[in-house]
Design a protein around this ligand. Structure first.
Ligand SMILES: CSCCC(=O)/C(O)=C/O
Ligand SMILES: [Fe+2]
Length: 200
């Protein structure tokens, strides 16, 4: 890609630093002035993303390739809105509790949109807005949370390696091997890079 070309993923995935307000979690919560975060910066903390053809997800060769390469053998649909999700209020509450998983969280919005909030290496919240066509992977061991946005609707595909286990470990769960491995792979490396940058 020529450097001036816009990254097509930005049409369906945008990220920014959040403000500290306690207003409705479904609002964008931009800082003033806005502080956007590049998808390259998300890559650095382990968040991978794609723009895919949501209208043809069942036959999409790009999606098939990602699943084959990453070993995803199970897929289901998670449709979130008050009318369709059993135990809606309790689920929404648990999604927004800060947590981690011991496996990757792989989500592909095939309709609607929502916010995945992730911690940066200084523990500040980055809000990742995933819209129709956006697929993201949060690495195992990364603290995060999820909320619907003001549209109150998302239909997301979830992918798993093997059994579809969804267990949230609410913060703090720093002793889990997945957390220690995440820190080693993505945070310590950044600290080392920063130290080199600072010395230069
Ligand atoms: C849009 S998928 C539902 C949220 C979820 O599964 C999760 O783990 C959020 O962190
Ligand atoms: Fe999660």
């Amino acid at each position: 890609m020529v450097s001036s070309d816009k990254d097509p993923r930005e049409e369906v995935i945008q990220a920014w630093y959040m403000d500290d307000s306690n207003e409705d979690q479904r609002l964008p919560h931009h800082r003033e002035p806005k502080e956007f975060v590049s998808l390259a910066k998300l890559d650095e903390i382990g968040v991978l993303s794609w723009k895919l053809d949501a209208d043809n997800h069942e036959t999409d060769p790009d999606l098939k390739k990602i699943c084959e390469e990453r070993g995803y053998t199970y897929k289901d649909v998670c449709e979130i809105c008050p009318e369709k999700m059993p135990n809606y209020e309790a689920k929404i509450k648990s999604f927004f509790e800060e947590h981690l998983h011991i496996d990757e969280e792989i989500r592909y919005a095939v309709a609607g949109s929502g916010y995945f909030d992730v911690r940066d290496r200084n523990d500040a919240w980055i809000r990742v807005w995933v819209k129709k066509g956006g697929m993201i992977i949060l690495p195992a061991g990364m603290y995060h949370r999820f909320t619907l946005d003001e549209t109150n609707y998302i239909k997301a595909l979830r992918f798993f390696v093997g059994e579809p286990v969804w267990t949230p470990y609410n913060r703090p769960h720093d002793h889990l091997p997945a957390r220690e491995e995440y820190i080693k792979a993505f945070l310590e490396k950044d600290v080392a890079n920063n130290a080199v940058d600072a010395a230069a």
